[in-house]
Design a protein. Sequence first.
Length: 287
Amino acid sequence: MTNILISDDKVELIRNISYFRESIYRDLNILGTIDFFMRRYIKPLSKTFDISKCVAMDCGAGFGWFSVAYLMAGGKAVIAVDTDKERLEAAQGIADVLSVADRMKFIVSPIQDIPLATNEVDLFVSIETIEHIGKSNIRPALERIKDITAQGVLLTTPNKFFPVVAHDTRLPLIHWLPPNKRKKYARLFGRENLEDGNEFVSPLDIGVLLDKFRPASTCMIFQNFKDYQEHFPFYLPYGSDEKKRFVMRPSLGQSMYFRIASALFGRYSYWIMPSLSHIFTLRDGIA
């Protein structure tokens, strides 16, 4: 667990922020949540970039957990972007309570329309967001990410090429079907209510980034399999079941697959991983 402390008074203030107070996440372990973002995202970024000198964009910021974790870990500044105005206002309230809002800017915008200039942010971070923006917006969003980012990209999104995606119904191969066929497949297994029609991204899609950025991590966003292993155990701040939030270790099968995939494919292992989780850095010779 991180050595950052948050007083009970501040935790209570966060729990009572409008919009967050009414969400399924009201009872999150706040310190555990910040610790998760530091372990999962900030530490890997810090091994590649000097975050004390980097302005990061947190796109699909939600309640702003990545943003506040980044700043509490010593990051220079954050621009938090989301399409949900009320959620972004709650994120600002959380940042105020944690005394980091003075280093944040908040923008209501979809990814493809972010109103920033070329290379205006150092790092672009998109965590489980781009699959929700609609098929026609995926390429424009990736082009926008490439344009406004100066040093590096941290992207996580399910891999369309992988047979089972950990979103929506989680049924094998369902995301390879046309959207109008997915409901029928999901209905057969009683999961029709879980089919949200998300459009998943393939390694071919993120090739848009590769004329400016190169892959820099090997085991998802981690530099190697050892770093991935060492980020366990952690508190997972997703879902509504508190009992399922403490993750002690990966499954044996997952460990073996990730170890082999990252060893064999190195910086291009994202092609065969269940998630396109990866860090990309600026190519040599590009200003």
